[in-house]
Ligand binder design. Structure first.
Ligand SMILES: NC(=O)c1ccc[n+]([C@@H]2O[C@H](COP(=O)([O-])OP(=O)(O)OC[C@H]3O[C@@H](n4cnc5c(N)ncnc54)[C@H](O)[C@@H]3O)[C@@H](O)[C@H]2O)c1
Ligand SMILES: [Zn+2]
Ligand SMILES: [Zn+2]
Length: 379
């Protein structure tokens, strides 16, 4: 089959790889109908992780069940499903507590696994024609038959639950004010989720105008262009002392306004500044223990200059980590079916698998029209 294979820094290629097979009785094979490219893929693409050449990318996958192992009881050939980006067993201590982003049985010596991602276990990605899904009864979320809501449902694999998770970590409740740093797909979904949860004011910070406009239009957000204003100062002023909650949807590759230099702790420290004393932070932007391209030696080992003094003084709380997609995807699916959520507004392009190398390059440059790209292996 054809698949998107990582070959090195800013080099992905569509290559022939072996078809996946049923290896354990609880496996299923899915024929991919849509697989999305994620900002998380860009960290690997840019050579900013320990990813080795040869990884098949793709953790945002949906499709049709092609084949199931003897131990799969619920899922049937022909079912339309979306897969959480997390691979999880369903029966370990963390899975039992709904913390499926930290499964103890899918990645030797590590809590948490995912498809097609460095350090996340042996699971091949789904930017391909087919995908093997382990513990398939547990991992697959069934969808209504047909082709309706394809792009809405595709967002259930990662960014919609991840954005929602950010609001859960920050405890965004009715009437709360929230600042979301980053208006990429994850920031969009965080702002959208904050609106679903009844936030009264949502500030979204970025410097890509198209993304700021999108958040304004779909989440009722107040756009803050950090290339034009000092974002934390602007938010402090507008909220009379800071927002109740704050969300990091940028991570360790946070840029200075000039777009040249990176300041890995910039967004964390902006949040400490722009959140009111006793406020709550949800950090879903990625931080890594090892970054080959870090601006400093400390940062290369995941050690950042975080304003812990002010963080403590203000009595702030912070939640972090991979989103436990299974904790939210069923409810978010039902919001889509009921017509109360339409996360596909972030999807800007659908392209054939062969166009993946070009799409990666353009998404990496944050070109207009490339906010969220989905791949169609059948095209
Ligand atoms: N925790 C999880 O489970 C999870 C899941 C998916 C993605 N992620 C992470 O979330 C982050 C965002 O993902 P994405 O797909 O939206 O990526 P993206 O790269 O498309 O978006 C990041 C946005 O941040 C903006 N930005 C850069 N520096 C900034 C700064 N200093 N202040 C404000 N905005 C700034 C960029 O202009 C860009 O629009 C990534 O780090 C990704 O790895 C985490
Ligand atoms: Zn993703
Ligand atoms: Zn588990």
């Amino acid at each position: 089959m054809k698949a998107v294979v990582y070959r090195g820094e800013r080099d992905v290629r569509v290559e022939d790889v072996e078809d996946p097979t049923i290896d354990a009785p609880t496996d299923a094979i899915i024929r991919i109908t849509t697989s999305a490219i994620c900002g998380s893929d860009l960290h690997m693409y840019e050579g900013r992780t320990g990813a080795e050449p040869g990884i098949v990318f793709g953790h945002e996958n949906m499709g049709i069940v092609e084949e199931v192992g003897d131990g799969v009881s619920d899922l049937k050939t022909g079912d339309r499903v979306v897969l959480p980006f997390n691979v999880a067993c369903g029966f370990c201590r963390n899975c039992e507590n709904n913390k499926t982003g930290f499964c103890l049985n899918v990645n030797e010596g590590f809590a948490g696994g995912a498809y097609g991602y460095v350090s996340m276990g042996p699971w091949r990605g789904g930017q391909a024609e087919y995908l093997k899904v382990p513990f398939a009864d547990f991992n697959a979320l069934r969808l209504p038959e047909g082709e309706e809501h394809e792009h809405d449902f595709a967002m259930l694999a990662d960014i919609f639950p991840t954005g929602y998770h950010a609001t859960e970590l920050a405890g965004v409740g009715p009437g709360d004010t929230v600042a979301v740093y980053g208006a990429g797909p994850v920031g969009q979904m965080a702002a959208y989720s904050a609106r679903l949860r009844g936030a009264s004011e949502i500030y979204v910070v970025d410097k890509v105008e198209e993304r700021l406009r999108l958040a304004e239009e779909h989440s009722g957000a107040i756009p803050v262009n950090f290339a034009e204003v000092d974002a934390p100062a602007f938010i402090l002023d507008a909220t009379d002392g800071g927002t109740d909650t704050g969300i990091d949807a940028v991570g360790y590759q946070a840029q200075k306004p000039d777009g040249e230099d990176e300041v890995p702790a910039m967004v964390l420290n902006n949040l400490v500044t722009s959140t009111r004393a006793t406020g709550r932070l949800g950090v879903v932007g990625l931080y890594v223990p090892s970054d080959p391209g870090a601006p400093t030696e400390e940062a290369a080992n995941g050690r950042l200059l975080f304003d812990i003094g002010t963080f403590f003084e203000k009595g702030l709380k912070m939640g972090t980590g991979q989103a436990d997609v299974k904790a939210y995807n069923r409810q978010l699916r039902d919001l889509i079916i009921a017509g109360r959520a339409e996360p596909s507004f972030v999807v800007s392009k659908r392209v054939p698998l062969e166009d993946a190398p070009d799409a990666y390059a353009r998404f990496d440059r944050r070109e207009d029209g490339y906010t969220k790209v989905v791949l169609d292996p059948a095209a």
